[in-house]
Design a protein around this ligand. Sequence first.
Ligand SMILES: Cc1cc2nc3c(=O)[nH]c(=O)nc-3n(C[C@H](O)[C@H](O)[C@H](O)COP(=O)(O)OP(=O)(O)OC[C@H]3O[C@@H](n4cnc5c(N)ncnc54)[C@H](O)[C@@H]3O)c2cc1C
Length: 412
Amino acid sequence: MAKSVTVIGAGIVGVCCALHLQREGFKVRLVEKGEPGMKASFGNSGSFGTASCVPFAMPGVLKKVPKMLFDSSSPLKLRWSHVPSALPWFLRFIAAARPSRVEEIAAARNSLLVHTHAGYAPLIEGADAKQWVKDDGLMMLFESEETFQNAAYALDLRRRNGVHMDILDGNEARQMEPALSTRIIKAVSLPDVNRTIDPWRLCDSLAKDFVRRGGEIVNAEVRGFEIGGDGPTKIVTDRGLLDVEIVVLAAGVWSRPLAKQLGTSVPLEAERGYHVMFAGQDFGLRRALVSADRNVSLAHMHEGIRATGVAEFAAPDAPADMRIADMIARQAKELVPGLKGEPASKWMGPRPSHPDSKPVIGRSPRHKNVFFAFGHDHLGLTMAGITGKLVAELATGKPTTVDLAPFRPDRF
Ligand SMILES: Cc1cc2nc3c(=O)[nH]c(=O)nc-3n(C[C@H](O)[C@H](O)[C@H](O)COP(=O)(O)OP(=O)(O)OC[C@H]3O[C@@H](n4cnc5c(N)ncnc54)[C@H](O)[C@@H]3O)c2cc1C
């Protein structure tokens, strides 16, 4: 009899875990409290950020953060009611900005990123979902020499981690992306970055493929566990008890309280990002665009142009503040002056973030039959495929493709 695995959470990470486990011969069940792919995985920027080894805590962050918190146009927001909860996270974040740690974290992130395509290729092919993926690359945009100089260390870190980059002046950038504003004086082209033109449709196609291959999606909210001598034997849901043999916790930012019930504390916070969609507008944009000055990203999606940005620290389910989305819309119009009108829709989703910019991927320190796969911050779409492959390798007892020591659940 095939062993059964219950994956908690059907965001992009849980769905990729489920598909890889299925390919290893496990009987797999996904338990999802809402619809697959409708939380953080719904509205992201869509980039497979293979060039994004640079962590979020960088040297000098201690000087920048206080100023950013008081600047209304800053991409960093913190709800004051959330300060007591977020403070320990920020202290760890600052500690992770030491130069030696930054180098180590970048190498660890890169060890996953180099397997992005290998982690996804069989899943995308198997689900016949290639129409949602493009290989047009990404361009970072700079509006002043000063911003470009400020990015020198991050660019060097990428280069040293083997990322292919081409430095362009403003005119060269506009030749490649004619819709760009004349404010752009420098750009960095990252041709190896792929993207999806609809993160939700990609996740949904993969979830449907999982079901087509015999997988089960149970619509229920996991509330707790019944623990026996060898780990959890049942999960407690709002719809009753489910027997479990092996459990994978992949519930995005909501993994924290469930991990705690399983005996592991993790500093996981919601770094809430926003998007606006300009429907029906195109301008021939091909690449994903990331503005260093404005901290917004722009991408031509299936249904129009999507602008994304901001890291707002607040409770994951607190109401969204759509004034933040309006700020993103204004910034997007500065980058692409042809962009007109009001956004057709606005959205907020919680990135599940650890202060050291690394996910947790590994076996639970307390229970042999539990695996953790969460906390992929800004890179959950990118890292989901390889995370799923690694979890499946762990569950079968095979050697893992990537050394998982930097991602241990008990590292904090
Ligand atoms: C604005 C923005 C832009 C981004 N851009 C990019 C990008 O370009 N590239 C990239 O790689 N990443 C990007 N990200 C990050 C990426 O979206 C996330 O890292 C990723 O979606 C996290 O996936 P997940 O499956 O871990 O979490 P989620 O998608 O949040 O899924 C978790 C799932 O678990 C379910 N769940 C939670 N608790 C329970 C429970 N108790 N019982 C049952 N089910 C439960 C939830 O309903 C949810 O469906 C971006 C994020 C944002 C917000």
